[in-house]
Design a protein around this ligand. Structure first.
Ligand code: SF4
Length: 372
């Protein structure tokens, strides 16, 4: 990131949790012509700015569908970006008058809510899946719109986790710091800030290794709450202020509030059932082999490399079930309804139900299970 972009990064990151709408319609990147690719995205200002940045030196049409000012993955999972929005922008923008071809490139991460086939059925435009991350778009364009395997896999690297930690903590830091300073002293304010920064930073740094399901999630939750309290007390001791009741109170309150708010993001808060269903009953993606025709659309949209095509058998296989995050993209896109969720207790949720449900803020679908 260039230094001149730092103010933009700060503002965009701080406001990232709020919808920030750009106009829908066509955005020109470079000098696009009649054969230039048409890349679909949402109308989240930050995404559009990053896309324009990353595509510098390329010519393309960006088609911004109405994602209600939310990023593509969250919008599609939450029902704010659907194939209806893509169909609508194809029609209202009149992109067909700008190009000679009829092919859209959809961001892979919209597969949880945008049904590719519906777009073709209604508009006559074909649609192919682009890479999961916008940083891979230049390579994708250079290979004549072909995604290579690694570009489908979604990681959450440390830098991005720290960016998220900053996004989640700055508001808490400001409020807790000011309140603590007002009721006692700058030392208490500093303590509250140290607690919050250390808990949120620690949580996001450790996210890949956190225990988020089962009884052991208590260890995750308790560990962060205790760690935060310890940091607060440590700061107080270093400042020679560990005798005031206010200070202890501030450290404890900040610790608990931050732990509750932050660990909940990973679905770990023990008293909030933010799992895929309301029964705390684990779901696994389940393949009905007889229905599978080997279209392999699921393989193209899976962000965790769970599924693989067996070319010899012309069937898809669930290769790495332990990596599944239950996003449901494979189920939504399968043209034969060959995929579904199966729960530990044997109950099954079919594709039609998954297509109707939406994800909550922590990326989990709340599915009412059928009666046993
Ligand atoms: S539900 Fe699991 S297997 Fe299906 S696309 Fe999501 S991560 Fe991949």
């Amino acid at each position: 990131m260039k230094l001149s972009q730092l103010p933009h990064w700060l503002r965009d990151t701080m406001l990232r949790m709020f919808p920030h709408r750009a106009p829908t319609g066509i955005v020109r990147v470079g000098n696009p012509g009649r054969n230039s690719p048409v890349l679909v995205t949402g109308n989240f200002t930050l995404t559009i700015r990053r896309l324009i940045n990353v595509l510098s030196g390329h010519d393309a049409w960006l088609l911004c569908a109405n994602s209600k000012g939310i990023n593509v993955w969250c919008a599609a999972g939450g029902g704010h970006l659907t194939h209806h929005d893509v169909i609508s922008v194809v029609r209202t923008s009149r992109i067909g008058e700008q190009v000679d071809h009829r092919e859209l490139v959809l961001p892979q991460l919209c597969a949880t809510g945008v049904e590719r086939r519906k777009i073709a059925e209604v508009t006559g435009w074909s649609a192919r899946w682009g890479p999961a991350r916008l940083e891979d778009l230049p390579g994708f364009l250079g290979r004549r719109l072909h995604v290579i395997k690694g570009e489908r896999f979604v990681r959450f690297p440390l830098w991005e986790r720290m960016e998220m930690a900053f996004m989640w903590s700055w508001g808490l830091v400001a409020v807790a710091g000011l309140v603590a300073w007002a009721i006692d002293s700058w030392a208490v304010g500093l303590c509250a800030v140290a607690v919050i920064v250390s808990i949120v930073g620690g949580i996001f740094a450790a996210l890949p290794w956190l225990v988020v399901t089962g009884p052991r999630r208590w260890l995750t939750f308790g560990g962060f709450a205790a760690g935060g309290f310890g940091v607060g007390v440590g700061v107080l001791a270093a400042l020679g202020s560990a005798t005031s009741a206010h200070l202890w109170l501030a450290a404890g309150a900040a610790s608990v509030a931050t732990a509750v708010l932050s660990t909940d993001l990973a679905g770990t808060t023990p008293w909030y059932g933010s799992y895929i269903n309301t029964f705390h009953n684990e779901a696994h993606v389940d393949l009905v082999e007889e229905r599978c025709t080997g279209a392999a659309e699921c393989v193209q949209v899976c962000p965790r490399d769970v599924l693989a095509m067996n070319g010899y058998r012309r069937k898809v296989e669930v290769k790495r079930p332990e990596q599944c995050i239950q996003c449901g993209a494979c189920i939504v896109q399968c043209p034969e309804d060959a995929l579904r969720f199966r729960y530990d207790d044997g109950r099954i949720v079919e594709a039609a139900t998954i297509r109707r449900t939406r994800m909550n803020m922590v990326g989990r679908r709340t599915v009412e299970l059928p009666e046993q």
